[in-house]
Ligand binder design. Structure first.
Ligand SMILES: *Cc1c(COP(=O)(O)O)cnc(C)c1O
Length: 377
């Protein structure tokens, strides 16, 4: 009977007013009422992506739009450069492999951001059709330097394709201003919706590349969707209720303004980092932290998997653990979307209780106090 809270880097909590909108009877997607709403959503997505370009919508999780970015802009055998510093970087490489795109990978140590100079050197060595990277590599809570990478890509014929699933709506990624070529996101992270929608914005260069792309595609077809969106429709039945929810989410973002949302996320990220350090935990990615989520090593004396399980099962706060090589060794806490500074404080309190239960020695309350100090500054 107790309230539960998601502090996971996807899915994140869905606001009550969004849940209420989505509970309304389903609209028909070819009727005027829905088309009007979709027209407003199209405009709202441009606000969120900070672009004048159309944002394509698919009924899929974030990976759907990642796959579409590859299959719509590239050709068989194209050489591309992938930044591989975690599970999502690996996903770019896997998608390329599945479609016969030749990916060279820059292997980035987990917990570190890619070095701009390393990318520059690679781009000098060889002419790449695209550079694929994450805005936040969510598996390691690292933020990659997208603005700098965009500058490099702009000076070449290389398309910059960014997985912004934990970037769009979290921190600034001004699509037009920075000259990103493809920017992708999903519904269940900063957009505070249930999973099931994915999005992609394309630059003029990227739209040109779509005309030449010869990779197989059917449902995930950017050009077909662009044509349909002009008429406030999607090619196939959209996830109507999620789009209604998105309409409300966009209203919330506009009421608060992107600038304020970004500032608050940065504040929550700082408070989380400082609180974890005050408890005595070591940050996993201290040099290039993201405003989307924070990762820290769990103490050696406790089993990281047990921390994640206990804080959820006993205290009702869901956080994420590590994947692959850091499975059972790190925790990840999200601070984006419908998460407030008081959720962070409560989450830190629950973490402290959990660590006490598991026998870790530290000054109880130190993390909560530090977070409150950051918020009070
Ligand atoms: C969550 C996430 C995705 C999308 O994963 P789905 O499970 O397909 O929604 C992609 N990239 C990053 C960086 C993510 O955090």
């Amino acid at each position: 009977m107790r309230k539960k809270c998601l502090l996971t880097p996807g899915p994140t909590p869905v606001p009550e007013r969004v849940l209420t909108r989505m509970a309304m009877p389903v609209l028909h997607h070819r009727h005027a009422e829905f088309k009007k709403l979709l027209g407003e959503v199209r405009e709202g997505l441009k606000y969120l992506f900070q672009t004048k370009s159309e944002v394509i919508i698919f009924a899929a999780s974030g990976t759907g739009a990642m796959e579409a970015a590859v299959t719509n802009t590239l050709c068989k055998g194209d050489p591309v450069l992938v930044v591989r510093g975690g599970k999502f970087g690996e996903r770019w490489a896997d998608i390329c492999k599945a479609y016969g795109v030749n990916a060279d990978c820059i292997e980035v140590e987990w917990g570190k951001a890619v070095k701009v100079s390393d990318v520059a050197a690679k781009l000098k060595e060889k002419s790449y059709k695209a550079l694929l990277v994450q805005a936040t590599e969510t598996s390691t809570a690292v933020k990659h330097p997208i603005k700098e990478l965009a500058e490099l890509a702009k000076a070449t014929d290389t398309l910059l394709i960014v997985d912004g699933v934990t970037g769009v709506g979290v921190f600034p990624l001004p699509f037009d201003e920075w000259g990103i070529d493809v920017l992708v996101t999903g519904s269940q992270k900063a957009l505070m919706l249930p999973p099931g929608l994915s999005f992609a914005a394309l630059s003029e260069r990227a739209w040109k590349a779509c005309e030449k792309s010869d990779l197989p595609k059917y449902y995930f077809n950017f050009r077909k969707e662009l044509k349909n969106l002009g008429n406030n429709e999607t090619a196939y039945t959209p996830a109507v209720s999620l789009i209604v929810g998105l309409h409300e989410v966009i209203k919330m973002y506009k009421e608060e303004t992107l600038e304020k949302v970004f500032a608050e996320n940065a504040r929550m990220a700082e408070a989380t980092r400082e609180a974890l350090k005050a408890i005595g935990l070591k940050l996993y990615a201290p040099e290039s932290p993201s405003e989307a989520c924070t990762a820290a090593w769990t103490p050696e004396s406790v089993d990281g998997a047990e921390v994640v399980k206990r804080i959820r099962d006993v205290y009702g706060y869901a956080i994420a653990g590590g994947q692959d090589k850091v499975k059972g060794k790190i925790i990840r806490i999200a601070h984006m979307g419908y998460i407030t500074r008081y959720d962070i404080i409560a989450g830190i309190a629950a973490l402290e209780q959990t660590l006490v239960d598991l026998g870790y020695k530290f000054e109880l309350g130190a993390g909560v106090r530090r977070a409150e100090q950051i918020f009070g500054d």
